[in-house]
Every structure is written in structure tokens, then in C-alpha cells.
Design a protein around this ligand. Structure first.
Ligand code: MF3
Ligand code: CO
Length: 247
């Protein structure tokens, strides 16, 4: 069931979403070679707590951290640990904050120092895929138009779209209906209603799209070992466009 949020509910969502936005910026200003992924998680935990919010990921289905920190070929759900971030890595940081009874969710992929031209383009195209995804998006748009546009942009740039994970509705729960795939057929899917709040999160790979799960049961890595990137925002569908809450 796809919820439509009232203006009062959307107003309550602004705060957790702004905390996600600010936390991602805070991390982006501090993440560097030599830091462990666990240290990134600590930055996230402390920031969210200091903002008077709760890290939604911590304890979610047993997830043991506040952020997903996914390096290079790990695309999403990387559990922070003692891995040391190195010059030339690309690191995706995905986090959710819970406040006012609602969740906000966002992700960025950071370049660590000088990265290869391939990784540099991958990070750029992944961000572009998000903005392609929202192009023309408004009330009454067919849901799968988003994935159609994301996929088109990724593939035109020689990259592939990870199929195993999707975006999602968000609100009182971190994951609500609908699933928001990053591939799709134009003109299909349910029509979005004004007031629906969704996360659009392209996950794009430099090689093939097939993933496997690490022994920890969470970390998703590219089977061919090629780099992957992730970019996500929470947004509201409006009559005449979208309102992004985490930018
Ligand atoms: N932020 C992720 C998403 O976009 C959720 C991570 S799963 C968790 O859906 F277990 F870490 F919470
Ligand atoms: Co999400």
C-alpha cells in the first residue's frame, strides 16, 4: 500500500531528512585515506545523536552499525569494520535518521584523493542518474519511468545498473511501498500521487550488474570485482515536480 503523506507529516519529515543531508556533508568533509570504515560509522553515530535523532540503521533487522560504508566493489550495505580507506578508493556512505516519528534516508559516494578516470566517471554518472531519474517526475508520472531514465543514462555511459536492490517509499517505516527499481520500461508502473515520499537511489557498476553477498550476510559486492557507486535522496512527489528533502 502506497501512502500519501499529509503536509503535516511532510513537515515532520523535514527534520530527519535535513539531519541526513547535514550528516552526509559532515562526513564528506572529514572522510580521508587512513581512516577505517568503523571511524566513519562513529562520525555518523555521533552526528545523528547530537542532532537529537536516532540512527535508523542501527539494529534494523540486526544491522550492527549506524551507516553502511561500502568501498569500491562493495556496492551497498558494507558493515563498517577495521578496513582502512585508501587513496584512490571510492566510498559510499548510506545513512538514515529517525526523528519526529519519521525516517530520512540518503547516500553519497565519496572520492578519496585522486581516483582513476573510470571511478571518477562512475561516481559522476551515478549522481547524474539520480537527476535523470527525477527529470519531469511529478504527480501522475508512471513509477517505472524513473528506472527507465536511470538505466538509459547509465548504459549510455557504458555502465550497468544493479538490479538486486531498489529505492523505496519511506515515512514512519524506513522501507515502505513502492519499490523503486533503477531499471524499467517507459510508461509502466503505478502512477505516483502527490504527497508520496520515496527514496531514489541508483546503484551503478563499472562492469556487470551481478552481485553476491558477503559472509556477514549484508555487504553486497560486484561479482566481477569492478567498482560500483551509490547516490540517494529522499523526495516528495508534488503536483508540479519533486521536492528533495535531503539536499
Ligand atoms: N539506507 C538503506 C536503504 O537505502 C538501508 C540500509 S539497510 C540497514 O535502504 F540495515 F542498514 F539499515
Ligand atoms: Co534507501
Amino acid at each position: 500500500m502506497i501512502f500519501v503523506k499529509s503536509e503535516r507529516e511532510i513537515a515532520l519529515m523535514r527534520e530527519p531528512c535535513a539531519i541526513v543531508r547535514d550528516c552526509l556533508q559532515f562526513v564528506g568533509e572529514r572522510i580521508r585515506a587512513g581512516m577505517t570504515t568503523k571511524e566513519v560509522d562513529t562520525l555518523v553515530y555521533d552526528f545523528i545523536k547530537a542532532s537529537g535523532a536516532e540512527p535508523s540503521c542501527l539494529g534494523y533487522s540486526g544491522y550492527p552499525a549506524s551507516a553502511c560504508v561500502s568501498v569500491n566493489e562493495t556496492v551497498v550495505h558494507g558493515i563498517p569494520d577495521d578496513r582502512v580507506i585508501e587513496e584512490g578508493d571510492i566510498v559510499s556512505v548510506d545513512l538514515c535518521a529517525y526523528k519526529n516519528g519519521f525516517h530520512g534516508d540518503g547516500a553519497r559516494t565519496f572520492r578519496i584523493g585522486k581516483v582513476s578516470p573510470e571511478k571518477d566517471a562512475l561516481v559522476r554518472v551515478t549522481e547524474e542518474c539520480f537527476f535523470k531519474g527525477i527529470e519531469g517526475l511529478k504527480a501522475d508520472s508512471p513509477l517505472y519511468d524513473i528506472g527507465y531514465r536511470v538505466q538509459k543514462h547509465a548504459e549510455e555511459n557504458g555502465f550497468s545498473v544493479i538490479r538486486a536492490y531498489t529505492g523505496h517509499g519511506i515515512g514512519r517505516e524506513m522501507h515502505e511501498d513502492p519499490a523503486v527499481p533503477n531499471v524499467g520500461k517507459r510508461g509502466t508502473g503505478p502512477r505516483l500521487k502527490a504527497g508520496t515520499v520515496i527514496c531514489i537511489e541508483p546503484m551503478i557498476a563499472a562492469g556487470g550488474w551481478r552481485v553476491a553477498i558477503k559472509e556477514d550476510g549484508w555487504g553486497a559486492y560486484m561479482l566481477d570485482g569492478k567498482p560500483s557507486a551509490h547516490y540517494e535522496n529522499t523526495l516528495v512527489i508534488r503536483e508540479d515536480g519533486v521536492e528533495i528533502l535531503t539536499l
